[in-house]
Design a protein around this ligand. Structure first.
Ligand code: GTP
Ligand code: MG
Length: 583
């Protein structure tokens, strides 16, 4: 029997030499004619926590970013390195195969290098000098992947001269570090921006996500040449937190494009006439073979589960080398379009992502969301709620989806499975909002708004940007932006919704009190966002009784009284102490 996955890892040896060194080494520098420099500039502007509606740098379309990143990933290799390695020699060796555009190292049960060449041919050249490992009595499968294993012949000679390798961080900060950072911030706005900066996907993490998709594409292409594996969801919609899963979409439409032109002639390819009873069955069959293939031969793919009877069939697995939990789907183009829509909303105003990250972290800290499927609210639903809330401000911070549709031109037209998914895709054609509200105010009002929302009769609808009568009786109704007859939060139970409402009211109340009596940043006391987020704070405030039966009504009344009597005249107590007795 072949050893799983091992056979696909080919070995590099640093002592293998080639004739000439073609290019000086570069670390995160760009070769002329590549997209890397552009992407880096782009990343700095759209990925930064500080950019905002005032930032009028032209922004790239989602599809442009996706295509450029995909092309970049195809020129990239992943190398499992010995723990001690001479970076200079390593790069010198690799650059024999062609100029290197950028590289970075990271740790994930071992040291890994991600190396981007300037040209695709360099990858082939490198593959041609690698050897398939000999595994003694076990057999290896000679599949030429782009995932290599570097073995040093004379490791003892090398270690003496090693300087330490700088590894790029792939995980979010610990609660303790986050706590310190938030407590040292200057304002609640600063806290929200800090949280965004610390949790958002880094440039390196994004590259690793595209590279992982590209490696899986190599495997899928053995069955479906010219297919594409595209990331979607929070990996690309700009709302992803470090550590979030990697949603992948196996796109087979590209294959159809090559044959669409050839309408004449007597020959039809066999696959075109091998019919199955429904799209769903086709999806299940495709995912079944790809899942099997990943399980048997996918380098670094472990724990492969085929979940084919789900509403949206998928293959779930862990990609060991990158550390990503992956969900592979196909025939799921609307989800890709939803990712594009969220990307647009995230790029329109800097407050969108800052607020959504805080709300998502807040929900996670209070176990309102979970990585296990169940009756919880999802991050996707929370993001839609943030967008809806920002559409409801006066003046609105975000436009409605219907408005984005009116700005669309003929090229933007998009119908998927009969659903009209058309909206303008050029971000530069949308006017920035005139709203200047602070993040602090928005966070407080978000909790207040949803702490008092009539969930029993109203639906959340970002297409129209207004509350609508619920068409069905699920506790929480959030209209799917494209498949408008569907509810994206159908799974949420009444008790989970109630927990959300209770916590939202509590958080609104804490922020109201805080506004009046904020501890100085030097006091190292949890305040603002820290008071809402950190589990240690929630625990240390004798929540045990209250958590079982939160005083939502009392807090609602308090909020009402604060509103009616004005903040100054409020009878409520000192904010900090109120947290420890209240929450
Ligand atoms: P995290 O993985 O939690 O960080 O967020 P995510 O946005 O990636 O969510 P998830 O992995 O659960 O889903 C991936 C994508 O699938 C989302 O971004 C949406 O585009 C889409 N999606 C998720 N849930 C639903 C749903 O209930 N309805 C629809 N139409 N699309 C969904
Ligand atoms: Mg996801």
């Amino acid at each position: 029997m072949a050893a799983r996955g091992v056979g696909l890892l080919t070995r590099l040896s640093l002592s293998a030499q080639r004739s000439q060194v073609q290019c000086p080494l570069r670390r995160l520098l760009s070769c002329p004619g590549t997209v890397a420099a552009d992407l880096r500039r782009e990343e700095q502007s759209s990925g930064s926590a500080e950019t905002g509606s005032e930032d009028r740098t032209p922004k790239k379309r989602f599809s442009e970013v996706q295509n450029e990143r995909r092309e970049q990933a195809q020129r990239t290799v992943l190398i499992h390195c010995p723990n001690k390695i001479d970076e200079k020699k390593f790069l010198k060796f690799l650059s024999q195969h062609g100029p290197i555009n950028s590289h970075f190292f990271y740790e994930s049960f071992g040291l890994y290098a991600v190396v981007e060449f300037c040209q695709k041919e360099s990858v082939t050249s490198l593959q041609n000098i690698t050897r398939t490992p000999s595994l003694g009595p076990e057999a290896a499968i000679p599949f030429k992947s782009r995932y290599f294993n570097l073995k040093l012949r004379n490791s003892s000679n090398q270690t003496s001269e090693l300087s330490s390798i700088q590894c790029s961080n792939q995980s979010s900060p610990s609660s303790k570090k986050l706590y310190q950072l938030l407590c040292c911030a200057e304002s609640v706005d600063d806290q929200l921006n800090t949280l965004l900066r610390e949790f958002q996907l880094t440039e390196e993490n994004t590259r690793l996500r595209y590279l992982t998709c590209s490696l899986i594409e190599d495997v899928a292409a053995a069955y479906f040449p010219d297919c594409a594996v595209r990331p979607f969801g929070s990996s690309v919609n700009s709302f992803g937190k470090l550590g979030c899963d990697l949603d992948m979409f196996l796109d087979l439409d590209e294959i159809g494009k090559f044959t669409a032109q050839k309408t004449s002639g007597n020959f039809l390819m066999e696959f075109q006439v091998k019919n199955v009873p429904s799209e769903r069955v086709a999806t299940q069959k495709i995912l079944s073979v790809i899942g099997e293939c990943l399980d048997q031969f996918g380098p670094g793919c472990v724990g492969v589960q085929k979940i084919l009877n789900a509403r949206c069939p998928l293959v779930r697995f862990s990609h060991q080398a990158s550390g990503f939990q992956c969900d592979l789907t196909t025939n799921n183009r609307i989800a890709l379009k939803s990712s594009e829509l969220l990307y647009m909303y995230g790029a329109l105003d800097s407050r969108v992502r800052a607020l959504a990250f805080s709300v998502r972290c807040w929900a996670r800290a209070h176990s309102l969301t979970s990585s296990i499927p169940g009756a919880w609210i999802t991050n996707f639903s929370l993001t839609v709620m943030v967008i809806f809330f920002l559409q409801r401000r006066s003046p609105p911070i975000l436009p409605t989806l219907d408005y984005l549709k009116t700005l669309a031109d003929a090229e933007d037209k998009c119908i998927i499975e009969g659903y009209n998914c058309t909206f303008v895709r050029d971000l530069n054609r949308i006017k920035p909002s005139g709203n200047t509200e602070t993040l602090e105010l928005l966070l407080k009002e978000f909790f207040e708004y949803f702490g008092n929302f009539a969930f029993n009769k109203n639906s959340i609808n970002i297409r129209q940007g207004k509350e609508q009568n619920k068409p069905e009786s699920s506790p929480l109704h959030i209209q799917n932006p494209f498949e408008t007859s569907l509810n994206v939060s159908k799974n949420v139970s009444q008790s989970q919704l109630q927990k959300f409402v209770d916590l939202a009211r509590e958080s609104a109340w804490i922020l109201h009190q805080e506004g009046k009596d904020r501890p100085s940043p030097s006091s190292n006391q949890p305040w603002g966002l820290a008071a809402l987020l950190l589990p240690s704070v929630a625990n240390n405030v004798s929540l045990s009784k209250k958590k079982k039966k939160p005083a939502s009504e009392r807090i609602k009344n308090l909020l009402d009284s604060i509103k009616s009597s004005g903040a100054e005249n409020s009878t409520a107590t000192n904010g900090r102490r109120a947290i420890s007795t209240q929450a």
